[in-house]
Design a binder for this molecule. Sequence first.
Ligand code: FES
Ligand SMILES: [Fe+2]
Length: 371
Amino acid sequence: MPELDLPQRQATDALMLAGFWYRALPSDRVHRNRLHKATLLEIPLVIGRDRMGKPFALRDACPHRGMPLNCGRFDGETLECGYHGWQFDVHNGQCQLIPSLTADQKMKVERIYAGSYRCEEQDCFIWVFIPDPAPAGAGFGPAVEASEPSPEIQKFSSKYRLAYLQAEMPVSIDHGIIGLMDPAHGPFVHQAWWWRSRHSIHEKEKHFEPIPNGFRMSAHTPSSNSAPYKLLRLYADADSITTTIDFVLPNVRTETIRAGKYWFSSLTTVTPVTRSHCRIDVVAAWNLFRWVPFVPQLLKYVFSKFVEQDRRTMELQAEGLKYNPHLMLIDDADRPAKWYFQLKAAHLEAKRSREPMKHPMQGPITLKWRS
Ligand code: FES
Ligand SMILES: [Fe+2]
């Protein structure tokens, strides 16, 4: 009999994981010499590009009296707060000038910092590294360095195309993520005449293995009802096509489909905006149909349909979740969701104890479900 697991209710402070890179804004929405607002893990940010186009991210609150810095003046290098005119270097947050100081007041202005964050531009997005919170009352210093670069989409040729899409979901990060890895909702949520109906449901068997900070659905011939697979079949034999799907903490799902020299890769993230809101960003790269007109539009249409179906479902689910119902995770279809919660718990425990993380999976395992 399948095991029934009870409510995966998480303490809210364990909900959003700090110490990782998160996607903040799409690159094409951030313009030179302009200031943009964004929120990550309930942290208000002001994001922009300097004169050379290099992106930056600061906490959107002046260290003097909390005025939002996005209301200030930006000349392409320095941001001036709109309240008392303190000026900050946008890349490291260091204070450059306090206009109210007189010549004989020797305050060490350069010791004051606005909160600043490591920032990288990668595959259509500006990523921001959110470090673990500093001790209360510590004030800001220079940005905390990230131990690794921001995640990058795997590419298998020098020429490829890239596209992204996003959707806001009115649910917590945990519901966003387990919705993303849930195999059983497909036949019910993702119906379309050109795709599949609830009658196309059939038994599936997939192999999984542990990888650092996550798990992998091992390379296999993709399920006959996946969209990129249907396209790839026009190019290659069915059995030469393989796909690998990885999930790694805190929020990254990558899918790679290869058929000889052709490939399709995507990197999807679910980003905690606040405790009750998340955002899904899908970025895909591919080298098929590069010369055929309308393919990017077609792919984008297909993906945006799916994402919209997921978004609409989660919007309805949020209604039900308002009353904090008991929830359950069943085997095998919800096993990936269980691993997600176990990985998160193991990660937090490793941080607390300063011991290496104990991976919740013992080794490779096969799961079966109908979808
Ligand atoms: S609040 Fe920003 S300078 Fe005073
Ligand atoms: Fe879905």
